[in-house]
Design a protein around this ligand. Structure first.
Ligand code: ADP
Length: 348
């Protein structure tokens, strides 16, 4: 927001004052149109020309003719009659909030680009709808089994099985809630508030140790090749990131398969690569698996305790560490996830 001290502007000679105002308006990123009481455009800037896709200036043309038949016609008229009005306007794939205010006996129209904000709001709305759906599913199962047990309708031989189902669904609910909380926290984080030197080799060793038992249960061999390589970041987030990637490589694998975690330096970057010999991801799903709640095979993901949020969490953690992420996969051959993070030149 630009604040011009009134007294300073007033002290300027008329021509200079006019030039200053025009210069400010022209350099604004927001689209600005000033119109006189008859509706003729007095002043505008390049942002407006971009919005309307115009190659020539519109000064001297009728603003009414420019907005005729669009959502802007009514609010522009309102402003010319001395009342403030607002409108939402979409053009060229972008969304604008348009503020029309009386200015002297004419009107001032301001275009604010709200495309990113609208997209974020849409995603948030979709996420909330998905969250309710995802939470309801295990809860409905838990209620069903609990009601059977409470009513005494369950055969004694089924009781243990029902209790196990309740436990499995409750665990799913717990993982979902944990992942949703983590994503919500990451949504609030644009950059890391505090960073520390982190030795990725230690993260690799710790994740491999934590997941060793799971790998054995799935009949998957877990290998890691590492050397001490340092990045600047948050160690618990980096642990979560690698855990999710390796956990997937074990879950979406087959008996006798393997997972390899490799760590190497590439110029100024540290490269973390997890490759598996698992079921792979068909091409058409590869772009979408990073989306929240997207799963290739919903039942397999649920069977293995998946929430559909693991890779979205990974994507977020990589982003807050200013890194990049790449996923390559061949159905029936396996998947490789590569994360590149800026390395830390000076080791502690
Ligand atoms: P989930 O909790 O379902 O594992 P993720 O966000 O971690 O959720 O992954 C999304 C989907 O991507 C999974 O459901 C699975 O279909 C697919 N996927 C992820 N990693 C792999 C992998 N290494 N091999 C095969 N499929 C994978």
């Amino acid at each position: 927001m630009i604040v011009i001290k009134r007294y300073r502007l007033r002290r300027l000679p008329f021509q200079q004052r006019d030039d200053t105002i025009q210069h400010i308006i022209r350099s604004l990123h927001e689209g600005v149109v000033l119109i006189d009481p008859s509706g003729t455009v007095l002043l505008t800037n390049s942002a407006v020309l971009n919005i309307f896709g115009l190659s020539r200036d519109v000064i001297g043309r009728s603003a009414r003719a420019l907005v005729r038949g669009s959502a802007l016609a009514a609010p522009v008229e309102e402003a010319l009659q001395g009342r403030r009005a607002e409108a939402e306007y979409a053009r060229g794939g972008r969304a604008y909030q348009v503020l029309c205010s009386p200015a002297g006996s004419g009107a001032l129209i301001l275009f604010l680009d709200v495309t990113e904000k609208s997209k974020a709001e849409k995603l948030r709305r979709e996420f909330s709808a998905n969250v309710s759906h995802e939470l309801k599913t295990p809860l409905t199962s838990i209620l069903g089994y609990a009601e059977m047990l409470a009513s005494g309708m369950a055969k004694p031989c089924d009781v243990a099985g029902f209790a196990q189902n309740i436990r499995r669904e409750a665990e799913r609910l717990f993982s979902l809630i944990e992942d949703i909380i983590m994503l919500s926290e990451l949504d609030e984080t644009e950059t890391l508030p505090a960073t520390e030197p982190v030795n990725l080799a230690e993260i690799v060793a710790s994740v491999a140790e934590t997941l060793q038992q799971k790998a054995e249960k799935y009949g998957v061999a877990l290998h890691s090749e590492t050397a001490a390589l340092w990045v600047s970041g948050n160690s618990s987030l980096l642990h979560e990131m690698l855990f999710n990637i390796v956990d997937n490589s074990i879950k979406y694998n087959r008996r006798g398969g393997s997972v390899t975690i490799a760590l190497r330096q590439d110029g100024l970057q540290v490269v973390l690569e997890v490759s598996d010999t698992g079921i792979g991801i068909p091409q058409k799903h590869q772009e979408r698996v990073l989306e929240r709640f997207y799963r290739v095979d919903k039942s397999r993901s649920k069977q293995t305790g998946g929430t559909g949020l693991g890779l979205s969490i990974v994507k977020h953690i990589v982003a807050v560490h200013n890194g990049t992420m790449d996923l390559r996969s061949m159905p029936d051959r396996g998947t490789t996830v590569t994360v590149k993070l800026p390395g830390q030149s000076e080791q502690p």
